[in-house]
Ligand binder design. Structure first.
Ligand code: NAD
Length: 359
């Protein structure tokens, strides 16, 4: 029987529409092969939405997203909207979308493709085989804790304040996501905190440890964030799945991503308790190459694979897409951002054709 999914597409700005087009073709092909039907609805988001409606996340877009099984976003933003007040900026739309869909878990894989090992700034023997998933808490911690602000003190000084706080409920729900992701991977989970200094981290460590008894197959370890940062660049292969709070995750997910050396290859997911989740490449809208057919669509295509694996529970279809990406790289096909000597340079659309061929 054919399984049908409603997918909201948010092409956004810059290279967004180009890489979404390629991804839709790939999804249609893999759908044919795996008996899946995707009903796509496009909605406005970011600068494109500002131009049409005056706001970066129109209510109608949010409703369309809420009524779908998954949301596939490309990228938003561009120079022409940079002067707008914060409330009307494209990025504000993204924050609104995450809040509106109650997405509290950010999944950031950092996987090195053997064909692109030399794109990393680290030595081949350090990064070869790296395959890490960073699970970052997205809606709590120091970015949102109260009180926050810049206050005048009694002595007339100014005092900037942020509060790092997590409730047991917030810790449990992100830890649960991480345990379940680790279950689908190599069954190793490293929880990163600063429990030697911060009370909030002590609670974090206690709750994660307590939850582990529900996941007997998972090997749980703990690292302080300073050591985790060091280990990520010293010996990244020791990590499988990492779970951490908002601030530490913000920093560590970027550090982990850069082990791969190529921004055009990095997908991500943001998930909540139920459907739908949001899947998007890590990179931005690349306005410098927009409309030139030079964009690398692979991060977007790999985001669609994440959507299939983690959002729709269709691992076979996800695997097919990941294999196709592996194959086109193996065949020596490259877009400009990952081009190296002896390889074949392709445009965005041609890379899409190569993927279809590989599928
Ligand atoms: P960027 O990621 O858009 O671009 C950085 C560099 O990487 C550019 O040289 C670009 O050409 C290149 N690049 C990025 N993605 C590529 C791809 N798929 N293929 C080939 N090359 C690629 O970051 P930026 O220049 O700092 O930001 C541009 C705009 O994107 C800004 O408006 C920013 O706010 C926005 N942005 C959006 C998101 C998002 O939508 N989640 C994330 C980051 C930045």
């Amino acid at each position: 029987m054919t399984q049908t999914y409603q997918i909201t597409l948010l092409p956004g700005d810059g290279i967004g529409p180009e890489i979404i087009d390629v991804t839709v073709k790939v999804l249609k092909e893999v759908g044919k092969q795996c008996n899946l039907t995707f009903n796509f609805s496009k909605a406005l988001m970011g600068g494109a939405a500002i131009d049409e409606t005056g706001e970066p996340l129109p209510q109608q877009t949010l409703e369309t997203c809420r009524n779908s099984d998954a949301v596939l976003l490309a990228a938003i933003g561009g120079y022409q909207w940079d002067h707008l007040p914060r409330k009307q900026r494209p990025e504000t739309g993204l924050l609104g979308l995450r809040a509106g869909l109650e997405l509290f878990a950010n999944l950031r894989p950092a996987k090195i493709f053997p064909q692109l090992v030399d794109a990393s700034t680290l030595k081949r023997e350090i990064v070869e085989g790296v395959d890490i998933m960073v699970v970052r808490e997205l809606t709590g911690g120091v970015y949102f804790g109260q009180p926050k602000g810049i206050f005048a003190t009694e002595t007339g000084e100014q005092r900037g304040v942020n509060t790092m706080a997590y409730t047991d409920r917030e810790i449990d729900r992100i830890a649960k996501v991480a345990f379940e992701i680790a279950q689908k991977r190599n069954k190793q989970l490293c929880s990163v905190d600063k429990a030697n200094v911060l009370e909030v981290s002590q609670l974090w460590r206690d709750r994660v440890t307590a939850l582990c008894s529900s996941y007997p197959e998972i090997e749980l370890s703990h690292l302080y964030v300073d050591n985790a940062a060091m280990q990520l660049v010293r010996a990244p292969k020791q990590f499988d799945t990492i779970v951490t709070g908002n601030l530490f995750g913000d920093i560590l997910s970027d550090a982990a991503a850069m082990l791969t050396g190529s921004i055009g290859m990095l997908p991500s997911a943001s998930m909540g308790d139920g459907k739908p989740a949001l899947f998007e490449p890590v990179h931005g809208s690349a306005p410098d190459i927009a409309g030139e057919d030079k964009a690398n669509p692979l991060a977007q295509v790999l985001s669609a694979a994440m959507m299939l694996r983690y959002g729709l529970d269709e691992p076979t279809a996800a695997e097919k897409i990941e294999q196709a990406v592996f194959q086109v790289l193996d065949q020596g096909y490259r877009t400009g951002d990952i081009m190296s000597e002896g390889m074949t340079l392709l445009g965005c659309q041609q890379m899409g054709d190569a993927l279809i061929e590989a599928l």
